[in-house]
Design a binder for this molecule. Structure first.
Ligand SMILES: Nc1ncnc2c1ncn2[C@@H]1O[C@H](COP(=O)(O)OP(=O)(O)O)[C@@H](O)[C@H]1O
Ligand SMILES: [Mg+2]
Length: 166
């Protein structure tokens, strides 16, 4: 094995998180899966909103409590899973997950840690953690962990672009 790529971004505002996600969205061609982890209120849905913007989706991304899957059309289509209320991991099969996880659009999954066994070989794990310090007040640490060589390249690029843009 070679080296491991990891990109950690400190987001001091919701706008920064949105912009970062949008930048990632613009880099996606379709076929990628973004697996989002983080507690309630971490910023997963906000991240998906920015991602959608980057994918050229005009319809607003919402977060209705009981909708496990929402589909959006754009330059690249987006399947947005929020599986917080999935009763058991196996229930993902009833949502026809394969069509999206292995499809030509982009898939974003909030609470992806609940269905680890169903994730494809290549995906981007995004872990959002709330933190606090005296200087910034509340902020978010957003960690990108690529899985698979293609995703390594993407995250390396994202790190370069984001670094330059901030
Ligand atoms: N730096 C930040 N990044 C993301 N969200 C932030 C940030 N600072 C404050 N917030 C707020 O945190 C909340 C995140 O909500 P949401 O995206 O729905 O979380 P989740 O989907 O993880 O439950 C929003 O109200 C957002 O405005
Ligand atoms: Mg959410």
């Amino acid at each position: 094995m070679g080296c491991y790529i990891l990109y950690i971004y400190k987001s001091i505002s919701q706008e920064k998180t949105y912009e970062l996600a949008c930048r990632l969205g613009k880099m996606l061609q379709g076929g990628e899966l973004i697996a989002l982890e983080g507690e309630l209120g971490a910023g997963k849905t906000l991240f998906v909103k920015g991602l959608a913007q980057g994918l050229g989706i005009e319809e607003p991304v919402t977060s209705p409590t009981f909708t496990l899957l929402q589909l959006y059309e754009g330059r690249v289509n987006l399947a947005h899973f929020d599986i917080y209320r999935l009763p058991v991991p196996e229930a993902i099969e009833e949502l026809g997950y394969e069509e999206y996880f292995y499809g030509s659009g982009v898939t974003a999954v909030e609470w992806s840690d609940l269905i680890k066994a169903y994730l494809p070989e290549q995906y981007i794990q995004v872990v959002i953690r709330r933190d606090y310090d005296q200087e910034q007040g509340e902020y978010r640490l957003i960690t990108f962990i690529p899985h698979g060589e293609q995703m390594d390249i993407l995250i390396e690029e994202l790190g370069k672009n984001a670094g330059a843009g901030n």
